[in-house]
Ligand binder design. Sequence first.
Ligand code: IMP
Ligand code: MG
Length: 186
Amino acid sequence: MISDINQLIEKVLIDEDTLNLRIRKLSSYINDYYKDEDTLIMVGILKGSVIFMSELAKHVKIDCNLEFMAVSSYDGTESTGNVKILKDLDVDIKDKNVLLVEDIIDTGYTLNKLKSNLEKRDPKEVRIITLLDKPERRVTEIKPDWYGFKIPNEFVVGFGLDYSQKYRNLPFIGVLKSSVYESDNK
Ligand code: IMP
Ligand code: MG
């Protein structure tokens, strides 16, 4: 059982209904943008994007592949900037439309690295969609083509996002109490 939610979550930032409504809207942007295209490869970045990607893909009306990559760059609540590909794509993206699906853009290191990596494989286009964007924290130039919500500089969990691999399954986006990670860092 998840221990008492009030010990864990400072506040609910975005509730489940608001998330699902916005994700439907994002799916409609995708349907519009790719309507005359023959290819769409959605690439979810494991593991954080899994819930967002599932909700998004359910309402995409274009034939598409659902693919995944895994990278590592985080240590607890800190981005290290040292982005490593742990699992690469197992499809060829040459001349294909690629849509990178991310849970959150924070420093931007992850997507900056991934986008330039994928662009070297000669795709038709690489676009980025993210559920959350924390623009205050950005240290690279990267910008999403579509985003769900801009959020303040607070560490959030739920709807795919974790703290040390936990709380991804919460159905809302909540601000994690700082006491949770402060007690871990002691
Ligand atoms: P970036 O490389 O700094 O943009 O980091 C992106 C990755 O960091 C995301 O895919 C998340 O896995 C993780 N991340 C950044 N901020 C948060 C947060 O507030 N909660 C949980 N994970 C986060
Ligand atoms: Mg992630």
